[in-house]
Ligand binder design. Structure first.
Ligand code: CO
Length: 134
């Protein structure tokens, strides 16, 4: 069911420093920061030949990243995103198999303008999983 690895998201305490490290030390193509108010994050996209890395920084008061950075002050891997052909069919299959979908079960528009859902990390080896319509 799952397809391409769309991105790996890493929460970072200092977005400018992380972007500079990926650009200069790792030699990657790195975007300018983008505020995504609806998700409470500022994102820098790191483009790799086969996937993307997203560097996430909290934006606003109720950012979902703030608590994560409190527990992981140096930053850390926040989630991994797999593409699926049909997000509603994927949701139904996952729920039927006992996986928990976060929120109200309805896909929301994610950072790439496509519908996404998040799956409970306790059901997936301690990893927050995002699925995104391909
Ligand atoms: Co994501």
């Amino acid at each position: 069911m799952i397809g391409r690895l769309n991105h790996v998201a890493i929460a970072v305490p200092d977005l400018a420093a992380a972007a500079a490290q990926y650009r200069e030390l790792l030699g990657a193509k790195v975007s300018e920061p983008e505020d995504i108010a609806e998700h409470g994050v500022t994102i820098v996209f790191v483009e790799l030949p086969n996937t993307q890395v997203e560097l996430l920084h909290p934006l606003g008061e109720n950012s979902p990243i703030a608590g994560f950075l409190e527990k992981n002050p140096n930053g850390g891997m926040h989630h991994i995103c797999y593409e699926v052909d049909d997000i509603l069919a994927a949701r139904d299959r996952l729920k039927a198999g006992g996986a928990r979908v976060l929120g109200d079960d309805e896909p929301r528009i994610g950072a790439h303008g496509k519908p996404v859902l998040f799956l409970h990390p306790k059901d997936f080896c301690g990893t927050l999983v995002e699925i995104e319509a391909a």
